[in-house]
Design a protein around this ligand. Structure first.
Ligand SMILES: Cc1cc2nc3c(=O)[nH]c(=O)nc-3n(C[C@H](O)[C@H](O)[C@H](O)COP(=O)(O)OP(=O)(O)OC[C@H]3O[C@@H](n4cnc5c(N)ncnc54)[C@H](O)[C@@H]3O)c2cc1C
Length: 216
């Protein structure tokens, strides 16, 4: 497996626990919007601790961007990413991932599961092809919504934000039916339990499993 050591060039807070990292792009590094790589810290004791993160930049940009939700109370890689400084290095590995854009549809994301959709919609926007695509974005609270203004500007009335710790419903069939139809194509990403609930909702409104794009 290839390993690329790259410096962090910029760090920006997107929410109270989500950061955007801008990092150098290794020469010859190619990905399609929606794809990810395994990322490790170039620090003693952490080089073997790779975790998957999705590119949120566009493939033809000179630098790479990652959007990372940092679990501060958990001694893992994202707790360390939270403390990175500009000039620190990350180790990137091969590009992989099944999520990609094929046709207009209904995108359903839970929390940091929105990251593959950031790259996909940045590309659709750049190409003038956002069209009738919709995003149903589920978070605990309004403070957790990643890049709200981007979604509002890009999708307008086709952006729907749900805050499940503030009284909004979780994903289920009756809710989905208000925004989607059986024949729609669906794109899903989020924690395992969220993706399972969304799949059940899609099937309950008559959607086909063949019309669902998700990370296998
Ligand atoms: C294909 C793919 C792409 C991904 N892309 C992104 C991305 O772009 N951005 C992003 O932010 N994430 C992304 N993730 C998720 C990301 O990989 C994980 O959040 C990351 O691996 C967590 O690493 P960690 O070492 O901090 O935590 P780990 O030690 O690996 O544990 C993470 C798990 O611990 C749980 N946890 C958190 N806090 C605690 C606690 N206090 N006690 C017990 N458990 C806790 C979390 O719910 C999480 O499920 C992606 C995952 C996949 C599979």
């Amino acid at each position: 497996m290839e390993e690329h050591k790259v410096p962090v060039r910029a760090i920006e807070n997107l929410t109270h626990d989500v950061k955007r990292l801008t990092i150098d792009k290794p020469a010859g590094y190619h990905f399609t919007p929606g794809q990810a790589t395994e990322v490790a810290l170039d620090q003693d004791g952490w080089r073997e601790e790779g975790r998957p993160f999705t590119f949120t930049s566009l493939p033809d940009e000179d630098q790479l961007e990652l959007v990372v939700k940092c679990y501060r109370d958990h001694k893992g890689v994202t707790q360390k990413i939270d403390k990175l400084n500009i000039g620190d290095h990350l180790l990137l590995h091969d590009v992989w991932g099944a999520i990609h854009y094929s046709k207009p549809g209904v995108f359903i994301a839970g929390g940091a599961g929105v990251t593959p959709f950031i790259a996909i919609f940045r590309q659709l926007k750049a190409q003038g092809k956002v069209g009738p695509n919709k995003l149903l974005f589920f978070n605990h609270t309004q403070q957790d919504v990643i890049m709200r203004s981007f979604w509002e500007q890009t999708l307008g009335d086709n952006f729907h934000s749900f805050h499940t710790h503030e009284g909004d419903d979780r994903i289920h069939a009756a809710l989905l039916k208000k925004y989607a139809q059986a024949g729609d194509h669906f794109y899903l990403c989020g924690p395992d339990g969220f993706v399972e609930a969304a799949q059940e909702a899609i099937q309950a409104i008559g959607g086909s499993t063949a019309a669902i794009t998700l990370e296998a």
